[in-house]
Design a binder for this molecule. Structure first.
Ligand SMILES: NC(=O)c1ccc[n+]([C@@H]2O[C@H](COP(=O)([O-])OP(=O)(O)OC[C@H]3O[C@@H](n4cnc5c(N)ncnc54)[C@H](OP(=O)(O)O)[C@@H]3O)[C@@H](O)[C@H]2O)c1
Length: 344
């Protein structure tokens, strides 16, 4: 637990998403950007100048030796997450690590063990899961406005074109849609299926998936998973890296449906359509803070010994483990086997 504020952050790797995180810190009064690190000093320097970090390091290790850093945001690529979580917690740093936390469930369990042994907080950065829009969707579902939930559909697709060397497509860099964006759609289905039944999240009882693997990279380019949860709630999670789609999430119930536009890059609009009613209720969510500010605040609250309230949507660690397990299952179904623990 940390009592002294602000929480002093170090950013590990200065890529694309690290810029979003640094921008969001400015929206978080309890946090400050203390240090940044990159394998390339020039990149770190430019980043530090842009976002106002006090210290700049040309290696991740050097930043971890800085006693002025309380917590580290890991923004390197997912195949390297476990290794850097290990170094961070062994250096006594609390960690907020980009999604997916690791490459599979086995690694995620290892990461948690290391964090616990070193008495460090470890959380997966899942920005949409902390946003008031997601909370509103969950509150609508649990209010019973659409009755019992029957089905859930979640899509996250974009067309990145052919770029086999890129981090999103190359196998050695953790490429493939399931780990990049399927993790969002899976987490949404598990969240809603759970909340619809009075639990924080739920695990699929059955999962069947089909997918297309690129012939060159052997990573998944478009795929869909169909699932059955307790209570006969069915769900479909879809993701694609080489195809555009309407990126929406829909919860269908016995009395109507809830459609979330921009479910991942909140805020968007939530539409509630009830059977037999001509007009829909449109709930436009206002943009109040940077999207990433909510996950940072949730993390700093936990660091200060304030646990997440039961009704609150936020990424708890058990939820991360459940999501990793379901992603392992999905990947295994389409021929991307990992040595996962027993599935099902
Ligand atoms: N939450 C979100 O909305 C969101 C969105 C996109 C990505 N992500 C996640 O964030 C992580 C980073 O994604 P990104 O889009 O920021 O990627 P990126 O722009 O390619 O940046 C990744 C950084 O990783 C570091 N790195 C270390 N070893 C590397 C290697 N062998 N090859 C390439 N880079 C290496 C580099 O930092 P230095 O050179 O500075 O050391 C690089 O800039 C991924 O795990 C991804 O899933 C999250």
């Amino acid at each position: 637990m940390i009592k002294k504020l602000p929480i002093r952050w170090g950013i590990l790797a200065c890529g694309n998403i690290a810029h979003q995180f640094a921008a969001a810190l400015k929206d978080c009064p309890d946090s400050v950007l203390q240090a940044v690190s990159s394998r390339d000093f020039e990149r770190a320097k430019v980043f530090a100048d842009e976002h106002g970090a006090a210290a700049v390091y040309d290696s991740y290790e050097a930043m971890l030796a800085d006693s002025e850093v309380d917590a580290v945001y890991i923004a390197t690529l997912h195949p390297f997450h476990l290794e850097w979580i290990a170094y961070c917690v062994q250096a006594g740093k609390h960690v907020l690590c980009e999604k997916p936390l690791t490459m599979n469930l086995r690694e995620a369990k290892q990461a948690k063990k290391l964090a616990d042994e070193n008495r460090c907080l470890l959380r997966e950065a899942f920005m949409y899961r902390h946003h008031p829009q997601t909370q509103r969707v969950v509150d609508l579902v649990t209010s019973g406005v659409i009755g019992k939930v029957r089905m859930i559909e979640a899509n996250f697709c974009y067309n990145s074109g052919e770029q086999p060397e890129s981090r999103i497509q190359a196998k050695s860099l953790g490429g493939g849609g399931i780990l990049d964006i399927g993790c969002y759609t899976m987490s949404f289905c598990r969240l809603i299926a759970g909340r619809a039944q009075g639990r924080l999240f739920a695990e699929p009882l059955e999962l069947k998936a089909v997918g297309h693997l690129d012939t060159q990279t052997k990573t998944d380019m478009w795929t869909t998973a169909a699932m059955r949860f307790e209570g006969d709630i069915l769900a479909q999670a879809t993701c694609a890296l080489r195809m555009n789609h309407e990126n929406v999430a829909v919860v269908l119930g016995e009395k109507g449906r809830i459609t979330v536009e921009l479910p991942w890059h909140c805020p968007g609009t939530i539409r509630v359509e009830l059977d037999g009613q001509q007009s829909a209720q449109e709930i436009a969510m206002p943009k109040q803070r940077h999207l990433f500010a909510y996950e940072i605040e949730s993390f700093t609250n936990e660091l200060r010994g304030r646990p997440i309230a039961a009704t609150e949507v936020a990424m708890r660690f058990d939820d991360t483990l459940g999501n990793m397990k379901a992603l392992d299952w999905w990947r295994q179904e389409i021929g991307l086997a990992y040595k996962a623990d027993r599935i099902g």
